[in-house]
Design a protein around this ligand. Structure first.
Ligand SMILES: Cc1cc2nc3c(=O)[nH]c(=O)nc-3n(C[C@H](O)[C@H](O)[C@H](O)COP(=O)(O)O)c2cc1C
Length: 299
């Protein structure tokens, strides 16, 4: 009843672990899979190991969290060791980042036999060295990266978009015209900040970071809704999802699957099973026999 699919990747339910939240090791990705996630996305990794910013890298705000981790990761060579240990219980997606088309292409080629899809993170609002949202805010650069990766990999290429643009539809259309197979939206919102009352200084070492959690859900939902009307490729919705009701809203807006990030930090891996149970109950009450029937219903 809860089955869904994107790019011919079959999922037993529409929930996925979002990139960056507990997905740095095979152990945590396998744990999410065993806990009921329909698919898992790794923490974003790049060409070389990256320490990221010094602490503090996350701070709570009303309705969510602001983080500026700076894409800390062990680099593709080390991450391959983790990907080898995936149990394969559910589809896995490698989230990758870089500063230019060559970086993305080089990493995608190295991992394409180990995962079911790659998700291009062109949307991190606190990345170092020209990686991140600076790319995803530019339709031309986004397209160049998609084309480069599509030329070298056989698995589906998903592009993760930033909401921090004037018109997300323009970026989405550009990524799709360049050949991407699916879109994930949204990465964290912002940048935003918090200031310490005692020191009068910004709390995060990077001063600014990306906002996630329940407060960004309305923005994420609107992005999915708008982009659904403009493109034909599958959409994976993410941003502020905490319970099955949020998932229903994303499906109605046009998402085929959803990712959950911040809520996993608060509620643990049990959240996947909890959401799936709630969703199943809702579908029975409303007489839905498949997820497919719910996708895009608000249009
Ligand atoms: C601590 C933390 C780390 C994150 N790291 C990544 C990352 O490495 N790559 C990425 O594409 N998104 C990353 N994100 C963004 C999430 O994948 C997601 O797009 C965003 O948090 C919105 O969803 P949520 O409200 O369910 O957390 C991170 C978010 C958080 C809170």
């Amino acid at each position: 009843m809860l089955e869904t699919e994107f790019c011919n990747i079959k999922m037993k339910n529409p929930t996925m672990l979002a990139a960056g939240v507990l997905g740095s090791t095979a152990a945590s990705l396998n744990w999410a899979a065993r806990s009921g996630a329909g698919a898992v996305v790794t923490k974003s990794f790049g060409k070389e190991p990256n320490k990221g910013y010094v602490n503090p890298t996350t701070v709570e705000v009303t309705g969510g969290v602001i983080n500026a981790i700076g894409l800390s990761n062990p680099g593709v060579e080390n991450f391959k060791g983790e990907l080898e240990k995936l149990e394969g219980k559910v589809p896995s997606v490698a989230s990758i980042y870089g500063a230019n088309p060559g970086d993305f292409e080089g990493i995608a080629v190295q991992v394409q036999d180990m995962v079911d899809a790659v998700e291009l993170n062109v949307s991190c609002p606190h990345a170092m060295g020209g990686c991140g949202a600076a790319i995803g805010q530019d339709p031309y650069l986004t397209a160049e990266i998609v084309k480069a990766v599509k030329e070298v990999v056989k698995i589906p290429v998903v592009v993760k978009l930033t909401p921090n643009v004037t018109d997300i539809v323009e970026i989405a259309v550009s990524a799709v015209s360049a050949g991407c197979d699916a879109l994930t939206m949204i990465n964290s919102l912002g940048p935003g900040m918090r200031i310490d009352l005692e020191t009068a200084k910004p709390i995060l070492s990077n001063r600014f970071g990306g906002m996630s959690g329940p407060a960004i859900k309305p923005v994420a939902l609107r992005c999915v809704f708008d982009v659904y009307e403009a493109v034909e490729v599958p959409i994976i919705g993410v941003g502020g999802i905490r319970d099955y009701r949020d998932v229903v809203e994303f499906l109605y807006a046009g998402a085929r699957a959803v990712q959950i990030g911040t809520a996993v930090m608060y509620e643990g891996m049990e959240i996947f099973t909890k959401i799936n149970r709630g969703l199943e109950k809702f579908m029975l009450q409303k007489d839905y026999s498949s997820i497919e029937e719910m996708i895009g219903k608000s249009h």
